[in-house]
Design a protein around this ligand. Structure first.
Ligand SMILES: C[S@@+](CC[C@H](N)C(=O)[O-])C[C@H]1O[C@@H](n2cnc3c(N)ncnc32)[C@H](O)[C@@H]1O
Length: 238
């Protein structure tokens, strides 16, 4: 049952006591969440993440947002002057904050977050950044960078939870948003790259592990995907 639509309703306690009671409970909860956001943004972020995970564990893929060390590792190689940056699956914005700290300007960032609750939170926390609440697997249908292709992509999607076909669609679409020498950074809690070799070959990509981050719960590995160059220096069509 969705209680959110009830906020605007005129609920009279005498004619509709149950609805009025529920509306009062929700009002208190909303007030409590706002107070928590003010008092402890750190805890509020974790609770929001947990709330999203409970609603859809497979799509979120983790019960905690990434830590600062992983965020820094994900963006370390990104040159803020190189061009726009695409972020997939920003969640509560752990990598978004790292990108801003790296010097990427809000106007150069595009976030793609499918979860409407998290997308609303991102719009509130980063009002100057474009947030698309769309499925990353449908990226091919959108022109996210009308002026110039992105120089880099940061992927926070739980790729291992997605079928190979979906991973293929997401990566193909991501690389069509990137310029030829663009790179996509992703992380995994596993040992291997979350994009298997046969998928990389099919897409004409190569993967390189660039960092192991132990100061994250759980520890994570950062991978960098780039287009494979042909012997004459060209990239293959995806
Ligand atoms: C593991 S969380 C990572 C969040 C954040 N990047 C971090 O590291 O803390 C994965 C995020 O990807 C989003 N997501 C999952 N599947 C998606 C899809 N197909 N399209 C867009 N976002 C998706 C989830 O809603 C969630 O916010």
């Amino acid at each position: 049952m969705n209680f959110r639509g009830w906020w605007g309703d005129a609920v009279h306690p005498r004619t509709d006591p149950i609805k009025a009671r529920l509306a009062a409970i929700m009002a208190r909860r909303r007030h409590g969440v706002a107070a928590l956001e003010r008092r402890s943004p750190w805890l509020a972020e974790r609770l929001s993440f947990y709330h999203a995970w409970r609603a859809n564990p497979r799509a979120i893929g983790a019960i905690l947002p990434s830590g600062r060390a992983l965020g820094a590792a994900m963006v370390r190689e990104i040159d803020p002057a190189a061009g726009p940056v695409l972020e997939l699956g920003p969640g509560t914005g752990a990598f978004t904050r790292a990108l801003l700290a790296r010097g990427v300007s809000p106007g150069q960032l595009v976030l793609v977050e499918r979860d409407p609750y998290l997308a609303t939170r991102l719009r509130r926390d980063f009002p100057d950044i474009a947030v698309f609440d769309i499925d990353a697997a449908d990226l091919q249908r959108y022109v996210l960078f009308p002026r110039e292709p992105a120089a880099a992509a940061v992927c926070g999607l739980p790729l291992l939870n997605l079928p190979l076909r979906t991973r293929l669609r997401i990566l193909r679409a991501t690389f069509t948003q990137l310029r030829n020498d663009g790179a996509c950074y992703l992380f995994t809690y596993g040992v291997r790259c979350p994009v298997p070799q046969r998928l990389l070959e099919r897409l004409g990509l190569r993967a390189r592990k660039i960092e192991v981050v132990f100061a994250n719960v759980p520890p994570a590995r950062v991978w960098k995907l780039t287009r494979r160059m042909t012997p004459c220096g060209r990239t293959r069509e995806l």
